[in-house]
Design a protein around this ligand. Structure first.
Ligand code: SAM
Length: 288
């Protein structure tokens, strides 16, 4: 039994990554501090540019050896440091996409000397040509109107119409408002919808997703919902408690039948005796 699987460690990722064996991770999915001055209770988002970029390079070099040869990485960034960090990653991996997450921020005045920034920049990188990628798992069904418009005989039975379309690289998904049922007390919590799309596309059922910067634990929650394993770190003890609570809560049902079947077929490992610094996935331990 691997003591690091299905665990979020409440500790500095730069130290904790040593717990994870090399070449054991299918997908690194992470949302590190953006260095925009946010208060995560630890100064990680308030560094000088030089320190921030040096720190970023440090964690990248500790995290990448954990990936399997056919593994992938998604990283959330903003326009401010995406160029520098993409260059770092392009020296180590192959860049497949720049995905724009349109947070659907409503117009509320905002900047007067520049255009209001309403998107996150996400990099999708792979190690090798034979990387895992399941497009069918994330296709978006065509709506009834489009299907009807394509009902002419030349389109009938067209596979692309039946299987749905590629989600493309512009993802328009609302950020989580205060009153959203998914919302936890974390300033930069990401919607499950986005994280789940990445996991379904880039981590095989039963595989392992690593997030060195868990925040409120969205990656762990999504991985569990989809029958994947997870591992990760979070520095702020208050956020670790949020993660623990989210993982202990009854699981939100996975929507489609396909996802249910997929989750069922993936073996979920149980835990060894948890160490005091661990956030044990209590719900899962109980179920085992
Ligand atoms: C952008 S947030 C992640 C939000 C997360 N994706 C979610 O949906 O809740 C980045 C997180 O990294 C944590 N963090 C910063 N430095 C860290 C470090 N060295 N090790 C582990 N966690 C760290 C911060 O406390 C913060 O919660």
């Amino acid at each position: 039994m691997n003591s690091w699987v299905n665990q979020v460690f409440c500790e500095d990722a730069l130290e904790g990554l040593a717990r994870i064996p090399d070449a054991s991770i299918d997908l690194i999915l992470t949302d590190p501090p953006y260095n925009l001055g946010k208060d995560y209770g630890n100064g990680s988002d308030q560094q000088s540019v030089q320190d921030y970029l040096a720190w970023t390079e440090q964690w990248i070099d500790k995290a990448l050896p954990k990936l399997k040869p056919n593994g992938s990485l998604y990283i959330f960034l903003t326009w401010r440091f995406a160029p520098e960090i993409f260059v770092m990653l392009k020296q180590r991996m192959t860049m497949m996409n720049e995905i724009i997450w349109d947070r659907r921020v409503p117009s509320m005045g905002g900047s007067v000397r520049s255009f209001s920034s309403v998107h996150d920049t996400i990099g999708f990188f792979v190690n090798r040509k034979d990387y895992y990628f399941d497009l069918d798992a994330v296709r978006i069904p065509y709506d009834a109107e489009t299907k009807k418009a394509r009902s002419r005989s030349i389109f009938v039975g067209a596979k692309w119409l039946e299987v749905g379309y590629n989600p493309k690289d512009l993802w328009s998904v609302s950020r989580l408002h205060r009153e959203h049922p998914e919302r936890a007390d974390h300033p930069t919590q990401k919607p499950l919808e986005i994280i789940e799309r990445m996991i379904k596309a880039s981590c095989p059922p039963g595989g392992v997703v690593l997030d060195p910067f868990m925040g409120s634990g969205t990656t762990a929650v999504a991985a569990r919902r989809l029958g994947r394993h997870y591992a990760g770190f979070e520095l702020n003890p208050a956020y670790c408690e949020i993660i623990e609570a989210r993982l202990a809560a009854p699981e939100v049902p996975v929507a489609s039948k396909k996802r249910k079947a997929e989750a069922k077929s993936a073996a979920v490992r149980t835990l060894d005796v948890p160490e005091p610094t661990l956030i044990a996935d209590k719900a899962q331990t109980k179920a085992a």
